[in-house]
Design a protein around this ligand. Structure first.
Ligand code: MN3
Length: 200
């Protein structure tokens, strides 16, 4: 199955009042995400990975500890990462944190605020391009992690509950170089907490 660029789950204007502009979504979804889809399809054409699920391609081509990952891995993982990222945000509705998620975050991090601090610190502390995540590991524990470039929780057998793209293309139009301000806006205004809770 070839990779396909999904439509955004909301309009390009839907997040503008919440700190993610139409221009950002036009570049980020229509150009950057599309490039991962197109380049991924070119990279897998004629290989053993053609026809495999994106998850199988990611886990099958990830090279633990490698300085650089293959083009197949990078494009497949960035395609998957962005599909999750669009779903993890939303316009006005779904912003109230479901009680079961609030309870799990409080048990794991001490409080929701402590979780947010840890998540934002992971994103701010990722040197260069990458992602910060809230994951559930194989034992069921919730953890905050950060990954470089396209690497994601699937590579470590973890479930991604929340992820934030900290590549510069994600924030430079709306926040210029202020990655911490982008992260705090993401946590306070953009996250669809019902989607995060459903992933638990
Ligand atoms: Mn991106």
């Amino acid at each position: 199955m070839a990779f396909e660029l999904p439509d955004l789950p909301y309009s390009h204007d839907a997040l503008a009042a919440l700190g993610m502009s139409r221009e950002t979504l036009e570049y980020h979804h229509d150009i950057h995400h599309k490039a991962y889809v197109d380049n991924g399809n070119k990279a897998i054409a004629g290989t053993e990975w053609e026809g495999k699920s994106v998850e199988d391609i990611i886990t099958g081509t990830y090279q633990a500890g490698a300085v650089a990952q293959s083009g197949i891995f990078n494009n497949a993982s960035q395609h998957w990462n962005h599909v999750q990222f669009w779903e993890m945000m939303g316009p006005g509705e779904n912003k109230k944190m479901p009680p079961e998620l609030e309870k799990a975050l409080t048990e794991s991090f001490g409080s929701v605020d402590r979780f947010k601090e840890e998540f934002a610190a992971a994103g701010a502390g990722q040197f260069g391009s990458g992602w910060c995540w809230l994951v559930k590991d194989a034992s069921g524990a919730l953890k905050v992690t950060k990954t470089e470039n396209g690497v994601n929780p699937l590579c470590f057998g973890q479930t991604a509950l929340l992820g934030c793209d900290v590549w510069e293309h994600s924030y430079y139009i709306d926040f210029r170089n202020k990655r911490p301000a982008y992260l705090s806006n993401f946590l306070e205004k953009l996250v669809n907490w019902e989607n995060v809770a459903a992933r638990m």
